[in-house]
Design a protein around this ligand. Sequence first.
Ligand SMILES: CC(C)(COP(=O)(O)OP(=O)(O)OC[C@H]1O[C@@H](n2cnc3c(N)ncnc32)[C@H](O)[C@@H]1OP(=O)(O)O)[C@@H](O)C(=O)NCCC(=O)NCCS
Length: 203
Amino acid sequence: MTSTFPDISISTDRLVLRPFEEADIPELTAMMNDELTAAWTSVPIPYTHADARRWIAGHAPAERVQGRGIVFAVDELLTHRLVGSVHLMNTNWHALSTEVGYVVAPWARGEGYAAESVLATAHWLFHDQKFERLELRTAAGNTASQQVAQKIGCVSEGVLRNALIVRSRTEDGGWTDIRTDLIVWGLLPEDLEDAPPVEYSAG
Ligand SMILES: CC(C)(COP(=O)(O)OP(=O)(O)OC[C@H]1O[C@@H](n2cnc3c(N)ncnc32)[C@H](O)[C@@H]1OP(=O)(O)O)[C@@H](O)C(=O)NCCC(=O)NCCS
């Protein structure tokens, strides 16, 4: 039998992490059509409504059902606006280890939403799911993402040289692939022991 994460939502002080719904298509499309997301992730450029629909109806739920991970839409609690996405992937159920990826909508950045959503996910993963490791991989030049990793207490474990293709703007306004190093970060349950407690609830 395939191991899977439960179909749950996680609430924090300011955010709700929950499954994507069809109604998120316009906001997800807007969020993904962004310079930083295009540069540092492998999303389609441009990101269309059809891409969002395929993600929400197909790939995102399949990640959970097929045991690879779980995809959360992240809402602002007060406004119900979609502010981001957190994706657990490449889960190893024997090692109880998984990897996290995240995006925050451009207009919602700098508020600590990435750190808050990933930290709550980590607490749920370690306490409720009894996982032993959360891994994060950032491109060497992705300073904002490295700030998030450091803020939540991840330890920088090493560099995979030349391991990643990212994208950079060309003079004519297009995009070109460039090869870069990848920094591997790890978070273990004990890394969170000295961190301030995070209020979260899952159900
Ligand atoms: C990475 C990303 C998710 C961060 O989202 P966010 O909600 O702004 O993150 P937070 O507010 O929790 O923290 C961001 C931190 O990075 C800092 N930061 C942001 N841009 C920065 C930059 N260019 N240089 C240095 N620090 C930067 C912020 O000041 C903040 O640190 P602080 O709280 O100590 O002030 C967002 O920039 C994003 O969606 N980027 C595109 C997709 C992406 O790169 N995903 C990660 C792939 S590994």
